[in-house]
Write a new protein. Structure first.
Length: 357
């Protein structure tokens, strides 16, 4: 029996998978995310496991891998595709390799087409496979950048993934609808891109006409992932904050989730950096928040208490991340951004006010 956990990153809708041999207490982690590395390290520790490897299915374009950060926390080794062009990995994987953890192992299958270095990891008893973006639930990854090729991807999926037993469960790198798993039989029957009588020509025409926008984080994520997630310049890790449970982002700022802030908001300085009209609009504002628009924040620095933690807030978390960076440069050390901003605060059902205090 394998100990198995499926973990989620809401910003990128990315899945991370933890597999372990419960008798040997040895584990591997597939497709980690930088912002979740501390969460994943905590889970490994709580379950009494030793993390041997972090594995990536490919060089991601929409999030940064947590491989480097987990190596710092857990002493795990980084394993990446030999054909992915990455630097700094401890082990380069090729088709036919095995990654062992305790008495169990994952078979490595090369499944290029989304990128040159796409790998699918197949559990030793053929009961599960981790397909990354090569095969999604009723879909697949794009083929219009990062060495993508429709013909290559079509044959990778048909010959290397859908050739597994019908009962084999397939776990994708992403799902944007909340679906968690599928099976070989389901995808053979129902995937509109690969299933039924679809052929290579059908697939190529389909992929060439997707018309999708360029991934927003691609220019940051791809170079970072080619370094196995190591920040540029190779700096060390900041000390862990002691005033709230925070997540460190690849952009170098700390974030706090809405529920954690709701439990601690009376002990922090809440700075809302939106414009005045937004402060009292439909999303409202967090009770006790102080309105200082981002354009005015530098001039208002002298009015902040440098002894109390500061949490910055905006609509989505973008402007408040800028505010965090500004405050850090000004010498404030206990600063965090509200992850997802007022949109996530609202979605969490937490209290708001709609008028000026």
């Amino acid at each position: 029996m394998v100990l198995f956990r499926q973990l989620f990153h809401p910003t990128s809708s990315a899945y991370t998978y933890l597999l372990a041999d419960p008798s040997a207490r040895e584990a591997v982690l597939i497709d980690s995310v930088f912002e979740n590395a501390r969460r994943d390290a905590a889970l490994v520790r709580e379950l009494g496991l030793r993390l041997l490897y972090t594995l990536d299915t490919h060089v991601h374009a929409d999030h940064v891998t947590g491989a480097w950060l987990l190596r710092q926390h857990c002493g795990s080794r980084i394993a990446q595709a030999a054909t992915g062009g990455v630097q700094g990995a401890d082990r380069l994987l090729s088709d036919g390799d095995r990654v062992a953890f305790g008495t169990r192992y994952l078979d490595v299958r090369a499944t290029p087409g989304h990128t040159n270095g796409c790998l699918t990891y197949v559990l030793d008893d053929l009961s599960a496979a981790f397909t990354g973006d090569a095969l999604l639930i009723r879909g697949c990854g794009r083929t219009d950048f990062q060495q993508g090729n429709p013909a290559t991807l079509f044959h990778s999926v048909r010959d290397r993934i859908l050739s597994l037993p019908d009962s084999c469960l397939l776990y994708p790198g992403h799902d944007y609808r909340g679906l968690t798993a599928t099976s070989v039989a389901e995808e053979r029957a129902h995937n509109p891109r690969f299933g039924g009588d679809a052929n290579e020509t059908d697939f190529a025409v389909f992929m060439h006409n997707l018309g999708l926008p360029r991934p927003q984080l691609m220019d940051i994520a791809v170079p970072a992932n080619l370094r196995c997630g190591r920040p540029e310049g190779g700096g060390g890790l900041p000390d862990e904050p002691d005033w709230a449970p925070l997540t460190f982002t690849f952009g170098g700022i700390w974030e706090i989730d809405p529920q954690a802030l709701a439990e601690r908001r009376l002990g922090v300085q809440l700075i809302d950096v939106r414009e005045s009209a937004e402060f009292v609009a439909a999303l409202g504002h967090i009770p006790g928040a102080r309105l200082i628009p981002l354009s005015s924040l530098r001039a208002a620095l002298t009015g902040l208490d440098r002894e109390r933690p500061v949490v910055t807030v905006c609509r989505s978390g973008a402007r408040s991340a800028q505010a965090c960076a500004l405050l850090q440069k000004a010498g404030l050390s206990r600063v965090a951004n509200l992850a997802g901003g007022m949109l996530r605060w609202h979605a969490s059902g937490l209290p708001v006010e709609e008028s000026h205090p």
